[in-house]
Design a protein around this ligand. Structure first.
Ligand SMILES: [Zn+2]
Length: 370
C-alpha cells in the first residue's frame, strides 16, 4: 500500500486552536454539534462506514450529515468507489454507493471491501436504504416504517433466502448462516429502542426540517399521502407489463385490499420494527412467497445487498419500507423510506459515544483475522 498521511488520533487536533471552531445546530434541528467548515476527514480517522445501494439512498444519507467534508487525500489504487465524507454527531462518517445500475450481494461486497482498503480505520458498518416490507398479523408494517436487522433465536438478523433449499410441501431450509450485527450496534439499538418506547421519536420532524431547508428535495422525498399506502390481498396481482399506477389498474375496492386501522395518536409513525431481514440477489415481487417466508421465518423485510456484506463487512442493516414486496411495487415511497432509514441511522449513531467506537476493533482487522 502506498504511503499516506495518517493521523492516528482522528485528526481532531488539526484544527484545534485555529479559531475556526463554532457551535452550530445540526441539519435536522436536533443535536447541536461542533462544526469546522473546512476540516477534511483523513483516511486514518476512526470512521463509521455507511453503504447505500441506490442514488435515492445516497442523497438521504448525505442530507443527514451535520458537517460535510470536501475532498479526499487518498484512495487505494483499485478503489473506484464514490465517497461522501462528513460527520454525524461526533462520528466521522464515510458514505459509499453501489455503481449506477448494479444491485445485489456481489456489488455490495465489492464496495465494502474497497472501502475497507481506503479507510482501514472503519470500525462500525451500516447498510442503510430501502426495502420491501412483509406485513403480517404479527407485524403491522406500513410504508415509511423502518425495519432494523435484529438477532432472533440465536441467528443473525439477515436471512439469505437463496442460501438454502426450497422443497415443495416443506418449510424453507436454510443451509448457510450469516454473522450477526456487531455487539456495539446491537446494544445501541437496545438503548434507542428503550428511548423511543419511553419518549417516542422525532424521525418525521427531522425529515421535515431537512426538507424545509432543501425545497428541491420535497417532491421526491416528502411523505406521500397516506391514501397511497395500499396493501392488496395476496390474490390480487398487478397486471404484468402494465406500468400504470395501482389506482388506475388495481383500484381502491375494499374487497381487494387488506383493511388496516389507522395508527392511533400515541403510536409511533413511522414505526420501527426489529427482526429478520431476508436478502438475496432477486427482487421480491411475489406476495405468496413473501407471506410464506413471513409465516415460516418471521421475515419482516426483503432486500438485495445485506447477504453480501454480513460475513465481510459486519454491519447493521436499516431499511425504510417503500413497498410490500408484491407485484404492485412502485417507486412512490422510495424517497421518504430512504429518509426514514437515514434518520434512524443517525439517531443510532448519536447514541454511541465516540470513545466507545475507538475501542472497537477495526473491521479490516476482524476480516483479516478470519
Ligand atoms: Zn397494482
Amino acid at each position: 500500500m502506498p504511503k499516506k498521511k495518517l493521523n492516528p488520533k482522528g485528526g481532531e487536533d488539526a484544527t484545534s486552536g485555529a479559531g475556526k471552531r463554532r457551535k452550530t445546530n445540526s441539519v435536522d434541528g436536533r443535536t447541536p454539534v461542533a462544526s469546522t467548515s473546512k476540516r477534511i476527514l483523513s483516511n486514518g480517522d476512526d470512521t463509521v462506514g455507511w453503504i447505500c445501494a441506490i442514488t435515492t439512498e445516497y442523497v438521504a444519507a448525505q442530507v443527514f450529515l451535520d458537517e460535510k467534508h470536501e475532498g479526499l487525500e487518498y484512495v487505494s489504487p483499485n478503489d473506484y468507489n464514490d465517497y461522501t465524507l462528513g460527520k454525524i454527531g461526533k462520528h466521522n462518517t464515510v458514505i459509499a454507493v453501489l455503481p449506477d445500475g448494479e444491485y445485489g450481494t456481489s456489488p455490495a461486497a465489492r464496495v465494502a471491501s474497497r472501502m475497507l482498503l481506503s479507510f482501514p480505520n472503519v470500525r462500525i458498518g451500516l447498510m442503510v436504504g430501502i426495502g420491501g416490507g412483509a406485513p403480517s398479523p404479527k407485524h403491522a408494517i406500513r410504508l415509511g416504517d423502518v425495519v432494523v436487522s435484529a438477532t432472533r433465536d440465536g441467528k443473525g438478523g439477515i436471512f439469505g433466502y437463496d442460501l438454502g433449499k426450497t422443497i415443495q410441501g416443506q418449510e424453507f431450509q436454510t443451509t448457510a448462516f450469516l454473522n450477526q450485527p456487531p455487539e456495539i450496534l446491537r446494544t445501541a439499538m437496545s438503548g434507542l429502542k428503550a428511548q423511543y418506547e419511553s419518549e417516542g421519536h422525532q424521525l418525521d420532524e427531522a425529515i421535515n426540517n431537512i426538507l424545509k431547508k432543501r425545497p428541491r428535495l420535497q417532491k421526491k422525498y416528502k411523505r406521500p399521502n397516506p391514501s397511497s399506502d395500499r396493501l392488496y390481498k395476496s390474490t390480487v396481482v398487478h397486471p404484468a407489463n402494465n406500468e400504470a399506477s395501482c389506482v388506475a389498474v388495481c383500484g381502491d375496492d375494499p374487497s381487494k385490499l387488506i383493511s388496516r386501522p389507522e395508527r392511533a395518536e400515541e403510536e409511533d409513525n413511522p414505526t420501527i420494527h426489529y427482526g429478520l431481514i431476508a436478502s438475496a440477489n432477486q427482487l421480491m415481487k411475489d406476495a405468496t412467497v413473501r407471506d410464506k417466508l413471513a409465516a415460516e421465518k418471521d421475515v419482516l423485510c426483503f432486500e438485495m445487498e445485506a447477504a453480501g456484506l454480513m460475513n465481510h463487512f459486519p454491519c447493521l442493516v436499516i431499511r425504510g419500507i417503500c413497498d410490500y414486496s408484491d407485484t404492485h411495487k412502485n417507486k412512490d415511497w422510495q424517497g421518504y423510506a430512504a429518509m426514514a432509514a437515514a434518520a434512524y441511522a443517525k439517531d443510532l449513531l448519536c447514541r454511541i459515544p465516540p470513545k466507545r467506537v475507538e475501542a472497537e476493533k477495526r473491521i479490516s482487522d476482524i476480516i483479516s483475522s478470519g
